[in-house]
Design a protein around this ligand. Sequence first.
Ligand code: PGA
Length: 252
Amino acid sequence: MRKHIVAGNWKMNKTLQEGVALATELKEILAAEKPNCEVIIGTPFIHLATVSELVKDCVIAVSAENCANKASGAYTGEVSAAMVKSTGAEYVILGHSERREYYHETPEILKEKVDLALAEGLKVIFCIGESLEQREAGEQEAVCKAELAGSVFHLTPEQWKSIVIAYEPIWAIGTGKTATAEQAEEIHAYIRKCVAEVYGAELADETSILYGGSCKASNAPELFQKPDIDGGLIGGASLKAPDFKGIIDAWK
Ligand code: PGA
């Protein structure tokens, strides 16, 4: 059975103190009521060590939101996969559309990041998804397939086991416009088919494919009921513990 996952992506929100307060609140809520899925929180780099320590004995896993495409050296301001790993974080989010768009991360750069993250023993939440223009042109399948082919389909089957896919239509991120459960299921099933073509049906069946884009407590149950939607990558609704818990509860 593949894993069900609810992952938060705080993005560039929360000071260290605010992040610690949020993680503490979430830890307490989930200690009182065990979740029915894996729970991950993606935090800015500076929170990783403190938050990892805080949640180390509880059900929450910690993720970075990025890492460098170089192993080490004179890259001022960058944070390597090894550094992320050394904080106690287990995951790294790579390929988010905001990184692709605002920081010009190409498939080649992302491929380097994926390779370095896996080499350090991190698991990767790899994001793909089309823009509104591409959706209107009916290109969503081609875009998703190309993003997978460009950065992760070179991995070995063994490495693939450390990959979680997040399908995030760009037009749904932070816009309040969610893909319908049917729209999301259609492309999730397609993504799983692409994975099966490369890695075989068994590995494809074990791959968790998350939906992201204005996912919240009110729409999560309908989305998560679909056979190929294995959870969510949550931005805005991960910034308040009760909102995030509402989404986790969709797996009840
Ligand atoms: P959102 O962001 O939930 O705020 O739409 C999702 C994401 O970018 O991961």
